[in-house]
Design a protein around this ligand. Structure first.
Ligand code: B12
Ligand code: SF4
Length: 505
């Protein structure tokens, strides 16, 4: 029996990350190696590694998980005495920090590099530094204890050479249980697909564009075949397209839509995808409508012109945000907007422009995050220059994209805020305002019984075809899914925000 590779990630959520499943699929096809197990651990306990009795462990790691993954790797090294590999978004831009807990790191796109690493492991059972030196796209410890980074690996082209992710290694039964996702008004089974890698833009805060070095798409035929496979294997209602920019290539979009219709996939599932405001026009919307897109997510980020210009390098305007939203609503999409506050130079007035945009526009749901420097981004370099962060900092103290812990532990986070135009305390006040707006508009439960008596509800009933029926289903089915966990979260959030009960009715 071949040695067992365990690929391990921390994950709690609905659609599992697919990167961990692409690696074993590639090893299967091109190395003939088929003894990988994938563990997506909610608890992050060492037992979740040990129970698999692995011979080698590959960790997939984003920044917020780095400390926990490093602790686990330390235990793997001391208690199991087997090799450990680090892959994913955190280590890729800062490979020189590779700590001793890991034998090596796979940088960037992982499939071909991991194939060469596993090939070496299967042949030698160890990782001699002189052999590692020959593998592109890795970092490892040299014989004199320095971190060696090898030249970058070429990206896989054409992308169709990468096989579909090995979903059979993910617990798909668990991950396609109906969920009461806040974007949908009914419990739905959701699976995901990745149809492209990267993005042609280069927003100052985005680590994904740095990581992927450009945009590549799978061909339309590949995408639609994969969709057919998913639908044949799993009963799902919604397909989440996990791309940064699904609509990045218009010609490919046309081909995908035409094949989806030809295969009748638009009648079987609805879609959810990310888009970019400057790329949305009548043609894109009508194509998305034809393929049965239901939910569209935009990174609107800011509705202050100078802040947006800074964040997105003058590639999108507030007017384009506004018209993309209006157009999406015209086509009946459920629109989710993501926003950021706390950017350098952003003033209170800038933030309030974003606030009023959300308040006065028909966005169905929204997320509001604090501008956070992530390794690899231009923002990271700016924060470094200001002495706010460093490549070897304690990454647990960086904002973890959770608004509630941000408010609860504000004193811990205040030191990393990149504010010039406003004091941290004033910023916190405004940030709370956004959270209150979000709860009023509903994030986890789009509709509460008290909403039914509001003018907004009446307006939506009159304007949106089918809304009343969806709302009724939501109100009836919701509690079963919401209670008790979501209810507790809702109550806790209200308490933390100091919102009086009367203001919710
Ligand atoms: C879709 C997505 C999600 C979805 C994933 C669901 C799905 N069905 O795919 C959801 C919503 C669940 C999600 C969650 C989170 N995400 Co996310 N996500 C993405 C997004 C847009 C695409 C991910 C993807 O599918 N990529 C395609 C696959 C092929 O790439 P990959 O996963 O990176 O894997 C490749 C390599 O990284 C490498 N690799 C990865 N792991 C390993 C392990 C080993 C051993 C090896 C050898 C190689 C290797 O090889 C893989 C194949 O090439 C990326 C941005 C991006 N474009 O990559 C952000 C991104 C990865 N997410 C990010 C973040 C922050 C998160 C969360 C922490 C958010 C949160 N608030 O909880 C969680 C963490 C979840 C987790 N455990 O990974 C950040 C990470 C930045 C950072 N430095 O930390 C990114 C880069 C977005 C961004 N720009 O900020 N995410
Ligand atoms: S458009 Fe999105 S994926 Fe592309 S660089 Fe900007 S934030 Fe990143």
């Amino acid at each position: 029996m071949a040695p067992k590779l365990l690929i391990f990630a921390l994950f709690k959520g609905i659609t599992p990350p697919l990167g961990v499943a692409y690696i074993p699929a590639y090893l299967r096809r091109y190395l003939g190696y088929d003894n990988t197990v994938v563990e997506l651990s909610e608890s992050g306990s060492f037992e979740d590694i040990k129970k698999h009795d692995p011979d080698i462990v590959g960790f997939s790691c984003v920044t917020r998980h780095y400390n926990r993954i490093r602790d686990l790797a330390r235990r793997v090294k001391t208690e199991l005495r087997i090799p450990t590999i680090l892959g994913g978004h955190h280590i890729t831009p800062i490979p020189h920090i590779l700590p001793k807990e890991f034998d090596l790191a796979v940088l960037g796109e992982g499939e071909q590099t991991m194939l060469e690493v596993m090939d070496l492991f299967l042949k030698r059972g160890i990782f001699p530094p002189e052999e590692l030196e020959k593998i592109k796209g890795i970092a490892f410890h040299s014989s004199v204890g320095e971190v060696r980074v090898t030249p970058p690996r070429e990206l896989i082209k054409p992308l169709d050479n990468v096989p579909y992710p090995a979903r059979d290694l993910l617990d798909m039964e668990k991950h396609t249980q109906p969920v009461y996702h806040w974007s949908f008004m009914e419990p739905l089974r959701i699976a995901s697909i990745s149809t492209s890698r990267g993005c042609p833009y280069n927003c100052v805060y985005c680590s994904a564009s740095v990581f992927w070095r450009g945009y590549r798409g799978f061909s339309a035929e590949y995408v639609v075949d994969e969709l057919k496979t998913i639908l044949a294997d799993y009963p799902v209602d919604v397909i989440y397209i996990a791309d940064d920019l699904f609509i990045g290539d218009r010609k490919r979009l046309r081909e995908i839509v035409s094949l989806i219709k030809e295969e009748g996939i638009d009648e079987e599932v609805r879609f959810w995808a990310n888009a970019r405001a400057n790329l949305v026009d009548e043609e894109v919307c009508s194509l998305l409508k034809e393929m049965n897109l239901w939910h569209i997510t935009f990174g609107f980020e800011s509705c202050s012109e100078p802040v947006l210009k800074f964040l997105k390098k003058d590639t999108v305007s507030v007017e384009q945000n506004r018209s993309a939203l209006a157009l999406s609503k015209k086509y009946g999409f459920d629109v989710e907007g993501n926003f950021m506050v706390g950017s350098p130079f952003e003033t209170k007035e800038d933030m309030m422009k974003t606030y009023h945009f959300i308040e006065n526009n028909p966005i169905d749901s929204f997320g509001i995050q604090v501008t956070t420097p992530l390794p690899g981004t231009e923002l990271w370099e700016m924060a470094k220059e200001r002495g706010l962060v460093s490549d070897t900092m304690n990454f647990d103290t960086l904002y973890d994209f959770n608004p509630i812990t941000f408010i609860e532990n504000f004193d811990q986070y205040r030191q990393f805020l990149m504010l010039d135009g406003i004091s941290p305390d004033e910023f916190l006040k405004i940030y709370r305002k956004f959270q209150v707006l979000q709860l009023k508009r509903g994030r986890y439960n789009k509709l509460s019984f008290s909403d039914v008596f509001s003018l907004g509800f009446l307006r939506k009933c009159l304007r949106e075809h089918g809304f009343l029926w969806r709302a009724l289903k939501h109100l009836l089915a919701g509690p079963a899914f919401r209670f008790p966990r979501l209810w507790r979260a809702y109550q806790k959030t209200k308490k933390i925000l100091g919102v009086e009960d009367k203001s919710w009715s």
